[in-house]
Design a protein around this ligand. Sequence first.
Ligand SMILES: [Zn+2]
Length: 458
Amino acid sequence: MNYQQILSITISVLAILLGVYNLIIAIKNHKRNSEIQRHNDKIQIDNLLDKAYDFLFGKNGYYKTKEIDKYNEAESQILRAKRSMKKKLTMIICSLFISCGIQAQIFQPTTESLQKHDLSWIKSKNAFDQSKLLASQIENEIKQLIQKYNYENSAIGTIDIPINTKKLDYLGFKHPNELGIFTANPISNTNSTSINKQLHIYRYENFYFSTEDDNETSQKNVYFSIRAIEILRTLYNDAFDKLFVQTLSYTGDRPKFEKWSNSNRFYWTAFNTTPDYIAKSYTSFLGAGYFPNIDGISDIGRYKNVVVIDVHSGNILGNDATKGSKPIYKKPTPEENYLLYMKEGLVETYIHEMLHRYIDYLYTDDKTISDIRKSRDLANFNAAEENAILNTSLSYFIRKGGISDELIKYYYSEVFNYNIKSLKDNNQYNTYIKIFADLPTISTGKDRLIFKLKVLDY
Ligand SMILES: [Zn+2]
């Protein structure tokens, strides 16, 4: 459960308790008022009797004045009770309004708030006024908010931050080719098929996000993706720098193994139903001319690419027992599985997918990475690459902290071990480990040492 749900449920419970309390008081008051009324009736009869007594015996007794005082006291008691009833009714109505209001802000965006596409309907308890700040000042504030969380002892799932409103743009419902960033290799049915359609497109610096639907969940998906990027930028800065920042530059203008050099320009997160499980990714290679001929070599191409990360918009919702967020977190409600994945799983997904894409980036210049890239056509090699990526990413997060044991255990036991068995069953294990490990430096069987890229912690 997230804090918004806890807050909302707490307020609702308080409102209900207040309502019940007031109902009891109201019944009590009603009983008391009828008693007072009965008592007053008795006093009035007594007064009449008194008057008759006076009339008959000419006495103005002590008994009578005492009862008149009692009558006045009773009347003011009724008045006080009525006033307190009014007050309490107002309080009940107010608390109900507040409760409904907060629920509406957090859980039920209106059609208008969704149409704004600024994600402002998603509230963070750490929200601050961004209107008078520059984008860079907001970024600093967000960074400080993230740093306050002790992520080594608690999962990053608890981090609650607003997004930088000055950096977010909704670009509309359009085909990605309309953006002018794929012109060197336009998206078609033969490449980048996962985003070959009209989509709701958002931009946040050099990050693009697309959703096929335009509902509450699609907008939450964009919000949590931005949150994940901000967390990576701040808490996992070394990995973020290596995979998202350094790769914006070319590996070199005279690459050792190919006649071209790669770099990234944009990162595109696409929510759709193309991945088999949770996510898959690819590089959209976009030629950008040639390096200058300074030494008689004129045909070294350069590429400014877009990394596309597809995230399965259905499997993350936590309904499917065998795919997506549910088998990882095993929580009873889909919402819990979804939120746990979006808050921590997605952060790991970004590093995992960017490691696959790091192979696309570095293979022109690095021997091991070049060998891995060339092996991609081999049968079942994807099981070997998958293990190397999974293990490189998880080892990094285990060392850094912040990711839950559920996630780590799930990937090692359900994916890593399964792939090892599959490689052994197909007699590929002994061949493929040579591509990753400098044997016999590492003895066979030490799979977590063998299937690991020297990227994040060497
Ligand atoms: Zn993978």
